[in-house]
Design a protein around this ligand. Structure first.
Ligand SMILES: [Cu+2]
Length: 460
């Protein structure tokens, strides 16, 4: 298993040939196989952050953290040990739409290839684990990622021809004396029956494969059950693998600190749900001998049975909160009420001269006494939830628990096996400051940006 030539002009052409031959090899086992591409901008667009993507549930690619011990690739091993991932916890990024837009304005492969390769590198790091090490190609997501890298290159090639007057099949970058293995006429690494420049020929896209365009809101995101159109940005985004709540409700999020966590929910009547998952973005590959070009291969269908979503019991609403927020509305605030007993203690509390105690200690936001101001902005609400000063709704708690359990899985690995692994101390497990990018992002997206967190809309 190898990653192939990197850091040079042969990167794109070599991987194009490699993917073509890899897919052909798969088809010798199963002629119906098509390599899907992973448009990671669909995950990058997720309001809650791409770490929540449905990509990493057991019906898709399996766990995104730790040893891949569930899903279709459960317990796979590589030449260096178990298949491992560490999504969303390193320094990498998924592909940004803005990045693609910028690069597609270029006209020459010589300008395009290096920045596109480094963008691709960052996705390896974002997935982490096996994908950021030398046996990256042992993770099946490698092929999906590289197919997307190739798809974007193909869009670049088409624009070269249409908008730049450049023939992409004759656009191999000038040789670099410092990197002879990347030169146009050098043999392809491990495929030395071809030269590097053979990879930019039109032959591959004309005869071996083509691409279905990435889904858009205009085509209802390809009717994929794994995607939805986020109207706030008019872009398709990946569903979350976490249940962020029930279908859209206008019920305000209670921000009072009631003694029990109370939230009014609509009653869900969800029962066991059978979902046919269609890969949103298959690479339809046509056989040159048997079928007309451009006939898409039917996407692979995966039928999964999901456990029933728990039906939340409607709970009477808490005492109306002076601070309410809706999914899109601004926060409204009520100034801190003065202590009403007239005593000096309350005055001092209100002046912030002493730590509060007595009845005020039961509830810092109860309106009669306060140690600190009520959260008056969405940022402050987010911070207060993260500091456990405001109750979490059951939906948010469920998300939090799910993330915590994933991180615990990561914790079981010895640190030397993955130096970038995020490792919590036991006493930090319930403190979402430790889960900054994973808990904070959905709160910010929901409270500040009015974004949907999944196809139902959020209800944190
Ligand atoms: Cu790569």
């Amino acid at each position: 298993m190898m990653e192939g030539p990197i850091e040079g002009h042969a990167f794109l052409p070599w991987h194009r040939v490699f993917l073509s031959l890899f897919e052909e090899a798969l088809r010798q086992k199963d002629p119906s196989v098509s390599l899907p591409y992973w448009d990671s901008t669909l995950d990058d667009n997720m309001a809650a952050g791409p770490g929540f993507s449905i990509m990493w549930d057991n019906a898709h690619l399996g766990p995104g953290v730790g040893n891949v011990n569930a899903g279709p690739f459960a317990n796979w091993t590589t030449a260096e040990g178990p298949l491992q991932r560490n999504v969303a916890r390193g320094n990498g990024n998924l592909v940004r739409q803005t990045r693609i837009n910028t690069l597609l304005n270029l006209c020459l492969l010589d300008e395009f290839t290096d920045p596109w390769e480094s963008t691709h590198d960052s996705v390896h790091v974002w997935v982490g684990g096996t994908m950021e090490r030398s046996f990256a190609a042992a993770d099946p997501v490698f092929y999906m990622h590289h197919a997307f890298v190739d798809y974007v290159w193909e869009r670049f090639r088409q624009r070269q021809r249409a908008a730049c007057g450049v023939d992409p099949a004759a656009d191999y970058p000038p040789d670099d004396a410092d990197a002879p293995e990347h030169s146009a006429v050098s043999p392809m690494v491990a495929m030395d029956f071809l030269r590097n420049r053979d990879g930019i020929a039109d032959y591959w896209i004309n005869n071996w494969f083509n691409y279905t365009d990435s889904p858009t809101c205009a085509n209802n995101c390809g009717n994929s059950p794994d995607l939805y159109c986020d109207s706030a940005i008019n872009r398709c985004v990946s569903n979350s693998r976490f249940d962020f709540g029930n279908p859209v409700s206008t019920t305000p999020i209670p921000l009072t600190t009631a003694t029990t966590t109370t939230v009014t929910t609509t009653t869900a009547t969800t029962t066991t749900e059978t979902t046919t998952t269609t890969r949103p973005t298959p690479i339809p590959i046509t056989s040159t001998s048997e079928s007309p070009r451009n006939t898409p291969t039917p996407p692979r269908n995966i039928t999964t049975t999901r456990p029933p979503t728990p039906s939340p019991t409607p709970i009477p609403s808490a005492t109306p909160s002076p601070i309410t927020t809706t999914s899109t509305g601004p926060l409204t605030t009520t100034p801190i009420a003065s202590c009403t007993d007239g005593g000096s203690y309350c005055r001092k509390v209100n002046e912030g001269q002493k730590p509060y105690e007595g009845k005020c200690s039961k509830d810092p936001y109860d309106g009669s006494c306060a140690r600190r101001p009520r959260p008056a902005t969405a940022d402050a609400v987010v911070n207060a939830i993260c500091r456990n000063e405001l109750p979490r709704s059951p939906s948010l708690q469920a998300v939090f628990d799910a993330i915590s359990s994933e991180l615990k899985r990561a914790q079981r690995f010895p640190p030397e096996s993955e130096q970038t692994w995020f490792r919590m101390k036991p006493d930090e497990e319930k403190d979402c400051r430790c889960l900054d990018s994973l808990i904070r992002d959905p709160l910010v997206a929901y409270l500040k940006e009015g974004r949907q967190l999944n196809q139902y809309g959020p209800k944190l």
